[in-house]
Design a protein around this ligand. Structure first.
Ligand code: BT5
Length: 327
């Protein structure tokens, strides 16, 4: 707590030096304790210049997520009321599922700086080096099971909106769980559920966003398909700000979801780049080709085949064939 106070004071004095005496007076600890906290901030990666007779000032902020920074000005009602932050996790979804089973509160968020076994759908891997965002949110919605897939769409709306709020990049959603910039994947979502009969015990909404990672952290075959917000925006992105905005958007859209799922679907339609295109969708052992016509009230993709017949698809991988709308 005192360390955070010292950090806040140093940050608010910008480039001006703050003396050890002043820091001690304003925080109510001894000058020796101020010095110990300064050393601890340096161990956290902060660059702090110490000038005899002048004091201390920050010269470098590390790109590290900090619990207090994330919470500053967050003001969410449900999502992010509890934050569990780890330097490393096998998978934040796995951790969040365990915590949910042990009774963690709705809205609790598990975040990791990197994942060693990040997961996609169907046992696929999610490459998770440092520099990105990896988070999983525990939700306990009292909804019928067939509405659960809309949670993924809700998550995509929140992530896309947050990116639009903060980064000047043409971001859009590809059904069902991809967020793309210039046709390359910048974020993926994975919803996992624990249920009994027709009742949902809990859901975990996992979100990975490629923010500042180096492109060469990816295997070569993925590089043409994947991008980062920093690469698209041409500048490094503040991960803490983006994370906070994602949590705010999730908080807002989850509330909407509980009140009226149709409102979420309407927003999804505005932010998506799938509907109106000729596509193939593969999954469940078959590949369908046709026009992506709409999403239905359960979040399934409605495809019109060339013979005019329509199919409602609940899961799969979409490829956009031609005539993709420019966003
Ligand atoms: C997804 O699956 O897109 C869901 C990704 C969810 C990741 C989050 S991170 C926090 C939480 N904890 C987890 O363990 N998971 C969640 P899917 O649609 O199946 O896409 C997976 C495919 O995306 C892979 O097979 C690769 O082709 C590609 N891929 C892997 N890593 C990627 C990355 N960092 N960025 C973009 N694409 C990637």
């Amino acid at each position: 707590m005192y360390k955070e106070k010292i950090l806040n004071l140093l940050r608010s004095s910008h480039t001006a030096f703050l003396s050890g005496e002043e820091l001690a007076r304003k925080t109510g600890v001894s000058r020796t304790m101020v010095w110990k906290h300064i050393k601890s901030l340096e161990r956290d990666g902060f660059g702090i210049e110490a000038m005899p007779s002048q004091g201390y000032r920050i010269t470098f902020e590390p790109d590290v997520l900090r619990q207090n920074d994330i919470k500053q000005g967050l003001k969410t009602k449900v999502v992010g009321k509890e934050i569990h932050l780890f330097p490393e996790a096998a998978s934040t979804n796995t951790l969040a599922m365990e915590m949910a089973t042990q009774g963690a509160a709705e809205g609790a968020v598990v975040i990791a700086e990197l994942q060693t076994s990040g997961r996609g759908r169907l046992g696929r891997k999610w490459i998770s080096p440092k520099g990105n965002l990896y988070l999983s949110v525990i939700l306990r919605p009292d909804i019928p099971m067939h509405k659960a897939p809309i949670i993924t769409l809700m998550g995509a709306v929140a992530v896309t909106s947050a990116i639009r709020d903060l980064c000047n990049v043409p971001v859009a959603i590809k059904w069902p769980n991809d967020v793309l910039v210039a046709s390359r994947k910048v974020s993926g979502l994975l919803t996992e559920m624990s249920a009994e009969q027709d009742r949902i015990r809990h859901l975990v909404l996992g979100i990975g966003v490629n923010v500042n990672m180096e492109q060469n952290s990816l295997p070569p075959d993925l590089r043409p398909l994947v991008t980062t917000l920093a690469a698209e925006a041409g500048t490094k992105i503040n991960r803490t700000e983006l994370l906070r905005q994602i949590l705010r958007q999730l908080d807002c859209w989850y509330k909407t979801f509980l009140n009226n799922t149709a409102d979420v679907l309407r927003e999804w339609e505005k932010l998506n780049m799938t509907i109106g295109n000729r596509i193939t969708v593969s999954g469940a052992g078959e590949t369908l080709e046709g026009l992506a016509q709409a999403i239905d009230e359960e979040g399934r993709l409605v495809i019109m085949r060339d013979d005019g017949a329509t199919r409602h698809v609940a899961a799969g991988d979409v490829t956009i064939l031609k005539g993709a709308r420019v966003m």
